[in-house]
Design a protein around this ligand. Structure first.
Ligand SMILES: [Zn+2]
Ligand SMILES: [Zn+2]
Length: 415
């Protein structure tokens, strides 16, 4: 039972597929180890990795130099490779003896947590025993009664949503908080990682990190503090488009929401059934709004609902747990992600708008092919080449595409 459970977590359909992808990863690291991101103060970091064999993390490792890191990657050919955002006096020691000396401030954005609604169209399940596809809401295989494995896909829409959250996050970090040394990476699957390396953040504890996360998530924003709960809103104290920080964000988002009032959007953002009535109210007053948020024209209830919607729209949906954890291991930049065979590509934050994950994170060969049997796959793109949709098909694909499907558990090797 335990063994079957483990294989499912690894997501390969069987040991042959796992060994095949391991060989592909090993060759990649033998040829490309120099690509790996080398973190500053490398000898003070903890390293860890997952092997292809078992679902356990080998951790509490340290490397003295980039050469040692390269050797580690080539020899281990890991499924996933991680390093600590923290610096330790003794990175190899057990947790309680490491002696924490500070940590970079990290952020994780995952398309999985965003409400894109497209999961329905591209996620599904497979029966690892029968090797058949099933709808994503089924639990057990109708033929053999076995537990089904989830196959989660990532489409352009998912990645666009993640990019938008990353864009907002960068705004908070650069404009509001004034951080200068920021590095950024695609996760190799469906999100982005952002690391702040400014000297000033390194010593922050969990509580201070939580406060930063809360600020970015808009936790505890008070409409009262922005003068919006008064019977008659004073335009002098109400949030204005050019105000710095959250006030400007609220004003701009409110104006954006009011310019094309949509009850569905207001409801999605607030979960409040009064969204429909409020959308009508906003629409009726659209004229009065003009170039500035006309808070005063709205009833108090609608004002507060619009405030809530604007806050939700402007916040960046980071994973607070990751940011608050001062001992977190994160995926090493420019290593391969074992869920996809794509690169956790490091890039300049200024290039976020033009970053194309399906091209720039493409790391495995496109000029070699592998024969696989695809159980099911939606249409997807690598570089400028489109593949699929496939259903129960044996075919030859470029190694990068074949590896992606094997990693997701959507394909197996023909015997
Ligand atoms: Zn089955
Ligand atoms: Zn999607």
């Amino acid at each position: 039972m335990r063994g079957a459970e483990d294989r499912r977590v690894l997501s390969f359909l069987g040991p042959r597929e796992s060994r095949f992808v391991e060989r592909v990863f090993r060759r990649f690291y033998e040829e490309n180890y120099r690509l790996l991101y080398v973190p500053e103060r490398i000898q003070e970091r903890e390293f860890g990795y997952f092997t292809f064999g078992e679902k356990i993390m080998v951790r509490h490792l340290s490397v003295a130099s980039e050469e040692e890191l390269w050797r580690l990657a080539v020899e281990a050919a890991p499924l996933h490779l991680h390093y600590s955002a923290a610096f330790y006096r003794y990175p190899k020691a057990p947790m309680e003896e490491k002696e924490w000396m500070g940590a970079e401030l990290i952020f994780d954005i995952d398309a999985d947590h965003l409400e894109t609604g497209c999961g329905k169209s591209h996620d599904f399940k497979v029966c690892p025993a029968c090797r058949t596809p099933h709808p994503r809401d089924s639990e057990t295989c109708p033929s053999c009664g076995g537990k089904l494995m989830k196959v989660e896909w990532v489409c352009e829409l998912c990645l666009e949503a993640a990019r938008e959250e990353a864009r907002k996050l960068l705004d908070f970090l650069q404009l509001d908080l004034g951080f200068r040394r920021i590095s950024m990476a695609f996760s190799g699957n469906r999100g982005y990682h952002v690391v702040v390396k400014d000297e000033g953040v390194l010593g922050l504890g969990q509580r201070e990190r939580k406060e930063i996360a809360d600020y970015i998530l808009g936790v505890g924003l008070e409409p009262k503090a922005m003068g919006l709960t008064a019977r008659s809103v004073d335009p002098e104290t109400a949030p204005d488009l050019n105000d710095p920080g959250w006030r400007g964000r609220i004003a701009r988002a409110a104006l954006q929401l009011a310019s094309q009032p949509s009850a569905e959007q207001l409801h999605r953002l607030t979960g409040d059934p009064r969204a429909w009535r409020c959308a009508e109210e906003v629409e009726a007053l659209a004229e009065a709004w003009g170039e500035k948020p006309g808070w005063n024209a709205l009833s108090l209830g609608c004002r507060l609902l619009l405030f809530k919607a604007a806050a939700r729209l402007s916040s960046s949906h980071i994973d607070s747990v990751v940011t608050t954890d001062t001992h977190r291991l994160l995926r090493l930049g420019n290593s391969l992600n074992g869920k996809t065979g794509m690169l956790a590509k490091v890039f300049d934050p200024g290039a976020l708008d033009d970053f194309d994950p399906f091209t720039e994170a493409l790391a495995l060969p496109m000029d070699q092919e592998a024969e696989i049997h695809v159980i099911s796959s939606p249409k997807f793109r690598l570089g400028d080449q489109e593949y699929g949709p496939y259903r129960n098909q044996r075919l030859r694909l470029p190694l990068a595409a074949a590896t992606l499907l094997l990693c997701k558990g959507a394909a197996f090797l023909p015997s």
